[in-house]
Design a protein around this ligand. Structure first.
Ligand SMILES: [Zn+2]
Length: 396
């Protein structure tokens, strides 16, 4: 074990002990202020200029918690270069069920070469690793700035990343997000939509269909139309670079009716759509709603639409971009794709070329007893040290 690891363990445990659950359920949602304050203090101590940016409350949000992004810059006194590297992570965690944990989720616990704690893999451990790398830098040799970004609400609404994109400040040209990819560079992921469709009809006695209007039967037509649309989309859009090459639509839940002898008055369907990066979220959402409205047209049923969350755009960085090429070289792995969403599309929209590469494994994220293997830390330190060296220190 290198001598830096015990120091990092102390920082890991302070971050794990600082609760920062984000959730669209206000009963779970918490401010991320404690995590941001810890990071701000540590980054200032090692020479970063730190800005803490309040994230505006999103319209329709039922949470009253205050959220913050942190933007920290180390520039060696040479000002804001055009190149520069951004190392980015999110400060929040998902909710947890304490009963399924073998130990206190907020107490970092080391066992058999692994450290357990809520958010350790996804992705609080990234920040102390970044700070360890930054500390070893000879600031006088820096040619381009190094930024550290720590965002709010990645696990719930992405409001932190959206606020950052809207903020309009240009940061570095290249970015790395330390989400759990098992040290594999990732250049692409699908976009995600989750939508709810509520059909409203009229209840009545089952013995006479004329007494009501069945929302459930209306939903039957809606589901048929969605499945047919799915087939068309899967013919139209294909990308063999993904493990599942076509867009997918999963009918996740359906709730309707209350008794066999009553005509069903209300029926709700929720679905999850995983879209190729070229498929625009708003366009697909509009197409879905048009199709549903057409499926029940003339039936006398009404429909309400709601998005379960705003959706995450698909993400793609050119595989030939310098940041992807360097990440491949430093990790010794070819870049690939993942099945989960990240803040990558927002950073790309800010003019950065972004690679996703982090030490944890996604299989351990969002799980009870979440952990990071300690043997992932030295290679991550080395990758980041060389990456910062390449983008911030070398002058060419
Ligand atoms: Zn994450």
């Amino acid at each position: 074990m290198s001598k830096q690891i015990p120091e990092m363990l102390e920082s890991f445990s302070q971050l794990v002990a600082a609760p920062s659950v984000s959730s669209t359920d206000p009963q779970w949602d918490q401010s991320n202020r404690v995590v941001v304050d810890l990071l701000a203090g540590w980054l200032e101590d090692i020479g970063f200029k730190v800005e803490v940016m309040p994230v505006p409350v999103e319209p329709g949000s039922s949470s009253s918690e205050e959220k913050f992004n942190l933007i920290a810059c180390l520039d060696g006194g040479r000002g804001q270069g055009e190149g520069g590297l951004v190392l980015s992570g999110h400060t929040d965690t998902v909710p947890f069920s304490a009963d399924s944990w073998h130990q206190d989720p907020f107490k970092l616990t080391e066992k058999e070469g692994r450290i357990h704690g809520l958010g350790i893999c996804d992705m609080k451990s990234f920040f102390p690793i970044v700070m360890e790398v930054a500390q070893q830098l000879n600031v006088r040799e820096m040619q381009q700035p190094l930024y550290v970004l720590a965002t709010a609400d990645e696990e719930s609404t992405m409001s932190g990343a959206r606020a950052l994109a809207a903020y309009g400040k240009s940061l570095g040209r290249h970015a790395l997000i330390g989400e759990p990819t098992g040290l594999m560079p990732v250049y692409m992921h699908k976009g995600i939509l989750m939508e709810s469709i509520k059909i409203k009809g009229q209840a009545g006695h089952s013995s006479d269909p004329a007494l009501g209007n069945s929302a459930l039967e209306g939903m039957h037509s809606v589901i048929s139309a969605i499945l047919q649309w799915r087939e068309e989309l899967q013919k139209q859009f294909q990308d063999e670079r993904f493990f599942v090459p076509e867009p997918t639509i999963n009918l996740g839940t359906i709730h309707g009716g209350d008794n066999p002898n009553r005509i069903c008055a209300d029926c709700e369907l929720t679905l999850d759509l995983r879209l190729l990066p070229e498929m625009e979220l708003d366009r697909i959402r509009t197409d879905l709603r048009t199709l549903v409205s057409e499926a029940i047209a003339g039936s006398g049923l009404s429909v309400e639409y709601e998005s379960v969350f705003d959706g995450i755009p698909g993400f793609e960085t050119d595989k030939n971009a310098e940041v992807i090429q360097i990440a491949e070289k430093l990790s010794g792995r070819e870049s690939g794709t993942v099945a989960f969403g990240t803040e990558g599309p927002y950073l790309n929209a800010m003019g950065m070329d972004t690679v996703i590469l982090g030490p944890g494994d996604i299989d351990q994220a969002h799980q009870a007893n979440e952990y990071l293997s300690l043997d992932r830390i030295p290679p991550m330190l080395e990758i980041l040290t060389n990456m910062v060296g390449h983008f911030c220190v070398r002058s060419d």
